[in-house]
Design a binder for this molecule. Structure first.
Ligand SMILES: O=C1CCCN[C@@H]1CCCn1cnc2ccccc2c1=O
Length: 427
């Protein structure tokens, strides 16, 4: 997509951070500040980036002069700090997290609108094709969107075990809001002065937390093969003194053969742990596939494979090892996705009335309801559902809208419904 990687400073000078009063004020409490170096106080405290608009856009203003400087499309992979106070959770909500943040500028709104959806599709693919997590593409409500932007699109995931939705990644169209604030203008093809149209989009290490919660089971992590650092763990199963060296050599050879074909395989040769202990250990770590090699396997020139996703066992002849292991890894990847998709679909409840809404909520469902699209109603649903479990909010209005028959009424206000929206508690 001709997006270039870049890197901008971690530190934000106060002047620019306060530049955009409107949207920063809501976030101001989360900004972390450096106030000392060694024992002495800094003349002027320096902020640590919570996001990089204010760091990057002064340069966008300098760099963008004419329409030939557009589109400008930069991305950076970095950490950001937001001093949050609500329940910190590893990967899901931490004061420092890693992300990529894309910041693009275009001559026209049409180009920006198109890119917003191109990026959102990439995010969907990361979740569904790599993390094996099904997501719903949609638009955030005016209340839930990024206040500094024009509109926010999102991929929403769902955690069946807790009945909570979670924002997976966002792709915002900023409109010309930031162009106005940072004077990012250009001379267009007709020689007129015009402001750029911008997008910004990000996904974060929160994706890891989503993957862990969606696939994990009582034995521990379950990692999708496509993203598992180790896809196969090979475990020797010596038996008394039956040709132990032969078994160890076969394990080493198996790792070598798999590794040479691009499969990420390791062996566990530690002799101070039993095979059984190792099975549990690597199951907890979520390794997608285990290979056991004992005397019988050696004699039959085969290996025993055990899948982490469904514990299925099978024997694979050593001479078709690579081909069969690749097949099984693909099956595991596909199975993880279809199981997660089934679970999510089973949690979706379509409701038409407030009573049905409350009932579905108590059953930890992901609610799809017709809504009049009025912010006051959204706020009152939040109010009426506040509790120790957290309030209910709109997660997104899915691009894929079901039929909305004439006369359908909003579940919360009874006014004519304008759109279907997903509602639920969230992270
Ligand atoms: O989502 C994205 C995608 C990547 C680039 N940034 C946008 C919007 C970030 C919104 N945001 C979120 N927390 C903040 C915290 C402190 C100051 C400012 C902010 C802030 O602007």
């Amino acid at each position: 997509m001709k997006i270039k990687n870049c890197y901008f400073p971690l530190f934000v000078s106060p002047g620019v951070l306060e530049k955009e009063k409107d949207h920063v004020e809501g976030f101001a409490p989360e900004v972390a500040w450096v106030t000392k170096s060694g024992k002495s106080d800094l003349e002027v405290p320096i902020a640590i980036r919570p996001t990089s608009e204010t760091v990057m856009y002064p340069y966008y203003s300098k760099w963008i002069r004419g329409h030939r400087d557009l589109p400008l499309r930069l991305n950076q992979w970095c950490n950001v700090v937001r001093w949050e106070f609500s329940n910190p959770t590893p990967f899901i909500r931490s004061r420092e997290f890693l992300w990529q943040e894309g910041h693009t500028a275009f001559a026209t709104k049409e180009e920006a609108d198109a890119e917003v959806l191109d990026i959102l599709e990439l995010y969907r693919r990361i979740y569904e094709e790599f993390l094996a997590v099904p997501v719903i593409k949609g638009k955030k409500s005016e209340l839930e969107k990024f206040a500094g932007g024009l509109y926010t699109t999102t991929v929403e995931a769902f955690i069946p075990n807790t009945g909570r939705g979670i924002q997976g990644a966002t792709s915002h169209c900023l409109g010309q809001n930031f162009a106005k604030m940072f004077e990012i203008n250009f001379e267009n093809e007709k020689g007129e002065k015009a402001m750029v149209w911008q997008n910004s989009w990000a996904y974060t290490t929160r994706t890891i937390g989503v993957m862990i919660m969606v696939h994990g089971d009582d034995k521990g992590l379950v990692l999708p093969p496509k993203v598992a650092a180790t896809q196969v763990i090979v475990i020797p199963v010596p038996y008394k003194d039956a040709d132990t060296q032969g078994i160890l050599d076969a394990c080493a050879a198996t790792v070598k053969t798999l590794s040479e074909s691009g499969i990420r395989a390791e062996a566990d040769f530690r002799d101070n742990y039993s095979p059984g202990w190792k099975y549990s250990h690597w199951e907890m770590k979520g390794i997608p596939l285990r290979i056991e090699i004992g005397p019988k396997d050696l004699a039959n020139k085969q290996v025993r494979v055990v899948r982490r996703d469904n514990s299925a066992k099978s024997d694979i002849p050593m001479d078709s090892l690579v081909e069969k292991v690749r097949e099984v890894l693909d099956e595991i990847q596909q199975n993880l996705f279809s199981v997660a998709k089934q679970k999510k679909e089973a949690c979706i409840k379509v409701v038409k009335t407030w009573e049905e809404f409350l009932e579905a909520l108590s059953q930890k469902k992901l609610i799809l309801a017709p809504w009049c699209d009025e912010e006051e109603v959204e706020k009152s649903v939040k109010e009426r559902t506040k509790g120790e479990m957290g309030a209910v909010k709109t997660l997104c209005s899915p691009f894929d809208q079901p039929e909305l028959p004439e006369g359908t009424l909003c579940f919360a206000s009874g006014k004519p419904a304008k759109k279907w929206s997903y509602w639920g508690r969230s992270y």
